[in-house]
Design a protein around this ligand. Structure first.
Ligand code: NAD
Length: 270
């Protein structure tokens, strides 16, 4: 088991990706703290893991509130892994975004990574195999008009990860991040199978499908475990190659259609 005997705190672990990460870690022998603003959902997620013989505990925590973060880490005796996963998005062009909305998005996605890392580091520095993994987004890597605050926050995570990687190295703390593409739950993807808008989105993913929470959880597991013992300060996109599309002719839907049929090169040469 890749995380036998280790302890991890995962923020936003009552949600879609966080829960998948907690499940994956628990199955690898890790004790997990399910830290979330949503207490009942965190308790249910922890209970579901404990019922199956895993070790999980719910922690109610607001990642935007320094006192709440401080208290949550003060109650912990030992920690090997911090996963900064809590976050949310909200759309709107710059001229329609209020300062309050801007600050809210920056706080929950980026300031949270600073706060949780700050209070986790003293604990992590006492671990034999400490790691921080933060969840960014493909919105940090390519422009998605209408998400200025989210993009700024998620790209900020890339910069902060590099800082943490070098500052933490003195304690052997590795810091890396994962940038998922659009990753709805499997049930949501099945629900929208015949929805035209959904299929246009899916067509933007070269592997012909969207990501699944398990895809993200596996990447986080890699960066949290000894499998990546010499990987520090990187961003790992988990998007089936989606962000690469912007650098190819395949950004054009007509060329993409030809490529899927296997005639792209031939017609492009004509
Ligand atoms: N799902 C995707 O398509 C996708 C793609 C790229 C990046 N991401 C990122 O992955 C992370 C998880 O996304 P998700 O899809 O699981 O979202 P989700 O909404 O399903 O889960 C987010 C969880 O974070 C919790 N949360 C929100 N604010 C909080 C706060 N202030 N303090 C503590 N917990 C808080 C929520 O209660 C929820 O349980 C986010 O950072 C998101 O930006 C998601």
């Amino acid at each position: 088991m890749l995380l036998a005997g280790r302890k991890a705190l995962i923020t936003g672990a009552a949600g879609n990706l966080g829960r998948a990460i907690a499940e994956r870690f628990a199955a690898e022998g890790c004790a997990v703290w399910i830290a979330d603003l949503n207490g009942p959902a965190a308790a249910a997620a922890a209970e579901s893991l404990n019922r199956r013989g895993y070790r999980a505990e719910a922690v109610v925590m607001d990642v935007t509130d320094e006192e709440s973060v401080k208290q949550a880490f003060a109650a912990i005796d030992a920690l090997d892994i911090l996963v900064n996963n809590a976050g949310r998005t909200r759309g709107g062009f710059v001229e329609h975004v209020s300062l309050q909305e801007w600050n809210d998005i920056l706080n929950v996605n980026l300031t949270s990574v600073f706060l949780c890392s700050k209070y986790a580091m003293p604990l992590l520095s006492r671990s034999e195999a400490p790691a921080i993994v933060s969840i960014s987004s493909i919105n940090a890597l390519r422009v998605n008009p209408g998400f200025p605050a989210y993009a700024a926050a998620k790209r900020g995570i890339l910069a902060l990860t590099e800082q943490l990687a070098i500052e933490g190295a003195q304690y052997r703390i590795r810091a890396n991040c994962v940038s998922p593409g659009w990753t709805p739950s499997e049930a949501k993807q099945r629900e929208r199978e015949n929805d035209a808008g959904f299929n246009i989105d899916r067509d933007c993913y070269p592997l012909g499908r969207l990501g699944l929470p398990e895809d993200v959880a596996n990447a986080v597991l890699f960066l949290a475990s000894d499998l990546s013992a010499f990987v520090n300060g990187v961003n790992l996109p988990v998007d089936g190659g989606m962000t690469l599309l912007a650098t190819t002719g395949l950004i054009r839907p007509d060329l993409r259609k030809r490529w899927r049929k296997g005639v792209y090169k031939l017609e492009a040469e004509e």
